[in-house]
Write a protein that binds this ligand. Structure first.
Ligand SMILES: Cc1cc2nc3c(=O)[nH]c(=O)nc-3n(C[C@H](O)[C@H](O)[C@H](O)COP(=O)(O)OP(=O)(O)OC[C@H]3O[C@@H](n4cnc5c(N)ncnc54)[C@H](O)[C@@H]3O)c2cc1C
Length: 384
């Protein structure tokens, strides 16, 4: 399948199963089971998995477009699917033949969902400073001991890409490791069901790893190359999945309010809101905000797919800019739509709640702009 065919398939899935399930997953805070299964059934779970192991071999641009399409109807589903793809990309980056067989082939075949468990209660937005311990055992196994928080797809995925402190006892804070932990390992203890203000279908649960025993061959990459993972794989894929999803939110708010302005007519004047010049101007501003953000995201991801090292800054900017775009566009749309948008469970209500997560999901907006500034001033990007 080429990219055009893939995106058509994504849109078809979005317009059918995902749209149908979307209201329920928000209202009942349910993980989007049917939507995720439909993506798997349609072969889309292998979106970023290399073709050699049965995947679709796509990269950042396709991920952005896919999450945008899904995010337009269900932001929770956009993030759940996006985090699966990020996990798959991290596994694929330096997969051994065994990891290809154990994880990537089943992912491509629609039989395995994965996700990323990086954030920890102790280090919050600084996801690259894990404190979870990886204890080496003499029998080719590790024991993992620690706590994770906000694990999207938590308890629903078949495996978790878990970050830990480096294997070497002398490893610095930056030298963390990533290990794939299958969901049926003993010692995984899930926190309560996720009840978010928004992103209510995410199942972003906390996880305690009580000396979870995993085979050494589940370690991703070599010891000490994790900074490479952060900037080459985790950050680009994570930021892209989020950028696409939040762009979808902004577009959905725009579509909703445009429709409202066309349909709402005042009896006293006989004029529709669409005929009022102030509202025309404000809608035009929203369109321009979304369009410039979309172009940044598309351009940055295409640059990333082309392997251009200069793509790092545009990709960092894309997630920071889309956070402002989504929050501001939904906020403005609420004003333009008037009191009717203020009803409980209106479409804009859901979008407003979902959009708010954009600024706080790591790397947060503040940290992204700080990283950009540091890079531009030739300073080390991460805190020391
Ligand atoms: C819906 C949702 C889904 C998520 N899904 C996942 C997931 O799948 N996997 C995962 O690993 N994580 C996930 N997360 C976690 C997320 O990425 C963040 O790690 C988490 O939200 C950080 O929360 P915190 O309150 O601990 O942040 P804190 O670290 O306490 O930060 C609070 C605020 O302080 C600011 N701040 C912190 N340090 C600095 C600094 N040095 N300089 C300036 N400002 C600073 C931050 O920018 C933020 O605005 C998810 C979060 C949410 C809300």
């Amino acid at each position: 399948m080429n990219l055009e065919q893939i995106l058509r398939l994504v849109d078809e899935t979005t317009q059918t199963v995902i749209s149908e399930e979307a209201p329920r997953i928000d209202q009942e805070a349910q993980w989007p089971e049917q939507s995720m299964r439909a993506m798997q059934h349609n072969g889309l779970a292998g979106l970023v998995v290399p073709r050699e192991v049965g995947g679709m071999g796509q990269g950042l641009y396709a991920l952005a477009r896919t999450c945008e399409s899904i995010g337009r109807v269900s932001a929770s589903t956009g993030l759940c699917f996006g985090m699966h793809c990020v996990g798959a990309a991290v596994i694929a980056a330096k997969a051994t033949p065994k990891q290809q067989k154990d994880f990537l082939e089943p992912i491509a075949a629609g039989q395995h969902l994965t996700t990323l468990a990086l954030s920890e209660p102790g280090t919050g937005a600084h996801f690259y400073f894990p404190q979870t311990q990886l204890l080496v055992k003499p029998d080719e196994h590790y024991l993992i001991r620690g706590s994770k928080t906000f694990v999207t797809n938590g308890s629903k995925a078949d495996s978790y890409v878990v970050s830990t402190m480096g294997v070497d006892p002398d490893a610095t804070m930056h030298e963390f490791s990533c290990v794939v932990v299958e969901n049926d390992r003993d010692g995984l203890e899930w926190g309560p069901d996720w009840k978010g203000l928004g992103m209510r279908g995410n199942s972003s649960r906390s996880l305690t790893l009580n000396d979870v025993r995993v085979p050494a061959h589940n370690l991703l990459g070599a010891h000490g190359d994790q900074l490479w993972y952060v900037f080459q794989v985790v950050a680009p894929y994570f930021l892209t999945a989020m950028a696409g999803t939040y762009l979808g939110i902004a577009q959905a708010a725009f579509d909703n309010v445009r429709q409202h302005l066309m349909e709402r007519t005042h009896r006293h004047s006989g004029m529709s809101l669409a005929q009022l010049s102030l509202l025309q101007h404000r809608l035009g501003t929203l369109w321009a905000t979304i369009e410039r953000t979309r172009r940044l995201i598309y351009h940055a991801t295409e640059q990333g797919d082309a392997g251009d090292p200069a793509a790092v800054l545009p990709i960092l900017s894309a997630k920071a800019e889309v956070a402002h775009c989504a929050v501001n566009v939904v906020n403005e749309a609420m004003t333009l739509a008037g009191g009717i948008a203020y009803r409980d469970n209106s479409r804009l209500d859901v979008l407003l709640r979902d959009a708010r997560a954009a600024h706080v999901m790591a790397p947060t907006t503040d940290l992204l702009y700080t990283w950009l500034g540091r890079a531009l001033l030739d300073q080390p990007i991460l805190d020391s």
